[in-house]
Design a protein around this ligand. Structure first.
Ligand code: NDP
Length: 333
């Protein structure tokens, strides 16, 4: 959570922090992610009473330090939700065939309802081939063409939706409720068109009847596009790219970007400090936006929470579902 969030009033039970200064509402993604995790854990406890436990398998290949950190956090969240959680660590020398065999084995394992293959995979392995080998029903990252297609035709309830845009959508819904903002019919600008964030984000907003514009590195006149946006989602990966002056007065701003930039001073080991910032200039945006997500502490924590939510959704639909009546609970998740 950024210091700006910490120095303001308490986050309310809806996950929204209301500064007394007349500035933007701050969408506390950490708080909302805790609510999503608690809700998931509660549902898992109910299922456990009937002897059923959702299972999540994470496949990690190679030595990428960031991937190890992410996978550890995912395993911890899975255990806190009461899932059966397994991690498969493969060496950097693993072959594509071996990874595909493991995926096949997990596809047919009835105790596993969600499979996540951590990217990037070691050099020489075709990531698309591996991701496409995951059963769409267990594809909790939502990257399989079947889930991409379901989202594309507007079947958002049936699709397993990629976690970052799904989490952003939860934050949008909460902020919209707090602001009295209507997503339906609003002008939404999505900056970025990646398959994991920009495109699925645009599809989710379209499904909510927003008028969606997708901008990218070849788009012209971004300030003009942004100035017309009631809702702006930035998923570019460029630190502070969106200045406050681009933002429409009162707009709802979701900053997906996570960028590390040089900080001030040195750490205990004498290394220059770094800090995380988003794609939006947060301090400037606070003075214009109606609501905004901070970085860190905004969209970031939602991604893992939605992975857990997706795993439960997959488990409730799976063949070993213990209580069909619970399926409706996650029909629109
Ligand atoms: P990608 O690099 O895959 O996509 C970036 C997109 O931004 C591309 O569509 C690119 O356009 C566009 N872009 C780049 N430069 C500009 C520019 N100057 N003007 C307009 N558009 C531009 O990134 P991701 O979508 O994977 O991630 C985006 C950001 O979100 C990153 O900071 C990443 O760290 C963060 N992220 C955060 C997550 C979280 O959990 N909160 C999860 C995933 C990502 P083009 O297509 O033309 O190249």
């Amino acid at each position: 959570m950024s210091s700006t969030v910490a120095e303001k009033a308490e986050t309310a039970s809806d996950g929204i922090l209301r500064p007394s200064t007349g500035k933007a509402l701050i969408i506390d993604g950490k708080r909302v992610s805790e609510l999503v995790l608690a809700e998931t854990a509660e549902k898992v406890r109910t299922l456990a009473a009937s002897g059923f436990k959702p299972g999540l398998a994470v496949v990690l290949a190679g030595d990428d330090p960031a991937s190890h950190v992410y996978v550890k956090a995912k395993g911890k969240a899975a255990e806190s939700c009461g899932f059966y959680s397994v991690q498969h660590n493969l060496p950097a020398t693993v072959s594509e065939l071996e990874v595909l065999k493991l995926v096949e084995q997990l596809n047919s394992d009835p105790s596993i309802h969600g499979i996540l293959v951590q990217l990037p995979l070691p050099k020489g392995i075709d990531s698309a081939r591996v991701l496409n080998a995951i059963s769409p029903a267990k594809d909790v990252d939502g990257f399989h063409p079947v889930n991409v297609g379901l989202l594309g035709v507007g079947e958002t309830a049936k699709a397993l939706v990629p976690c970052t845009p799904a989490g952003s959508m939860v934050l949008i819904e909460r902020a919209a409720a707090a602001l009295g903002f209507e997503v339906s019919g609003c002008n939404a600008l999505v900056l970025g068109r990646s398959n994991i964030v920009g495109k699925p984000m645009a599809q989710l907003l379209l499904a909510q009847n927003a008028t969606v514009t997708i901008a990218h590195s070849k788009s012209r006149d971004l300030p003009d596009l942004a100035g017309k946006a009631d809702l702006l989602v930035a998923a570019v990966g460029r630190p502070n790219m969106v200045p406050g002056s681009w933002i429409k007065e009162g707009a709802l701003v979701i900053d997906v970007g996570i960028n590390r930039i040089p900080g001030e001073g040195v750490d205990a080991s004498g290394k220059p400090k770094t800090r995380l910032v988003g794609d939006v200039n947060y301090e400037e945006a606070l003075a214009r936006a109606g609501a905004i997500t901070p970085v860190p502490g905004g969209v970031g924590p939602m991604t893992i929470a939605m992975l857990m939510s997706n795993t439960l959704k997959a488990a409730l639909r799976g063949p070993r579902r213990a209580d069909p009546a619970t399926d409706d609970t996650f029909g629109g998740a």
